[in-house]
Design a binder for this molecule. Structure first.
Ligand SMILES: [Fe+2]
Ligand SMILES: [Fe+2]
Length: 344
């Protein structure tokens, strides 16, 4: 007799997700090692022949980073620190970082200028903004696809940024932790932003189980999450992590206002709207704290990190732009932006 299908509510929300499907030889060899079925891993030369923004390389990075978050069902937890896997990850990270330095228009050291550019909101829709598009003409299926894609980050919201805390001191550390305290619900489990996002997903009829939409997410979405893990996991990139965090917090409030409006217009329920409503309020405050104390405190201590802060801001904008172009080009042609369309 076949057991009854489990509903999302019956599953253990702490359970690690299953391993995803491979997207090419690089991710295939890593997934085989994680599944205990293989031993061969790609060398640096092989990694550098891949597309630095492509599915295969970004799934390789994503699954190796995920070992530091929730892991995968049936995967030996000791593999988190396996030297051969770390060597494969380092080769992919170096290749990706080189591509970001080359393509994201960095090279400056003027942090104030880079931050000011984030504050200049496009007044109208410049044709490349997902939140403007969704506010103006988003249909419910666009919003569901958007929520599924963003679940890769928002179900572990603020986790990648916590790694920077031991690498900071004084004003930057106190301010970073103050913002993260809010992200983690200010002492209330039901208000953890990742939980608010799970509530949003359930409201939209999506499965809020962690990792559920990894197979469906395009490479452009994986790259936006991988860059946080990359910056978070390397002490030498602490300036870039702070720059990335600033870019997220400063651009969040106006974008969240548009997404809340889009959800209201599409008839989504109150839980779906609450996630973005919360970010309109919270991130207006976070923006100030990050600007003045996290960036200001870090650069007062270590002014030589200015170029890395700019890199973090520029790389975030570049990768978000790539994701926006992918989503909007698919939706404007009336087709799914996911690798596998949503059901239900
Ligand atoms: Fe948040
Ligand atoms: Fe925030």
């Amino acid at each position: 007799m076949t057991p009854p299908a489990t509903t999302p509510a019956q599953r253990n929300p702490a359970a690690p997700p299953p391993l995803p499907q491979a997207r090419g030889p690089l991710s295939g060899s890593v997934l085989a090692v994680l599944a205990g079925r293989g031993t061969r891993l790609p060398d640096a030369g092989t990694v550098r022949r891949a597309d630095p923004y492509g599915d295969d390389l970004h799934l390789l990075l994503y699954v190796l980073y995920e070992l530091h978050y929730r892991g995968f069902a049936g995967t030996d937890e000791r593999l988190e620190w396996d030297p051969a896997l770390l060597a494969a990850r380092a080769a992919a990270e170096d290749f990706f970082t080189d591509a970001l330095r080359r393509d994201s228009g960095t090279g400056g050291q003027d942090v104030a200028e880079a931050v000011d550019a984030l504050l200049v909101e496009p007044v109208g829709d410049d044709g490349h903004s997902v939140s403007h598009h969704l506010q103006r003409e988003g249909r419910l299926w666009h919003l569901r696809e958007y929520a599924a894609v963003r679940s890769l980050y928002h179900l572990k919201e603020a986790d990648p940024h916590l790694w920077v805390v031991p690498r900071l001191r004084g004003r930057a550390k106190a301010a970073m932790v103050a913002v993260e305290f809010d992200e983690f619900g200010a002492g209330r489990a039901e208000d953890i932003h990742a939980q608010l996002y799970a509530d949003l997903m359930a409201d939209l009829g999506l499965d809020p189980q962690y990792g559920r939409y990894l197979d469906a997410a395009p490479a452009q979405a994986l790259a936006t999450v991988n860059v946080m893990s990359l910056f978070g996991l390397h002490r030498r990139l602490r300036g870039a992590l702070v720059g990335h965090f600033a870019a997220v917090e400063i651009t969040s409030s106006p974008g969240s206002r548009r997404l809340a409006a889009a959800l209201r217009r599409a008839g989504a329920g109150p839980a779906a709207q609450r996630f973005y409503d919360e970010h309109v309020e919270a991130d207006a405050v976070h923006e100030q704290v990050v600007r003045r104390d996290v960036i200001g405190g870090l650069l007062a201590d270590e002014p030589e990190l200015a170029a890395d802060v700019v890199l973090g801001i520029a790389a975030t904008g570049y990768l978000e732009g790539r994701l926006a172009d992918h989503l909007l080009s698919a939706w404007r042609e009336g087709r799914t932006a996911l690798r596998t369309p949503l059901t239900g």
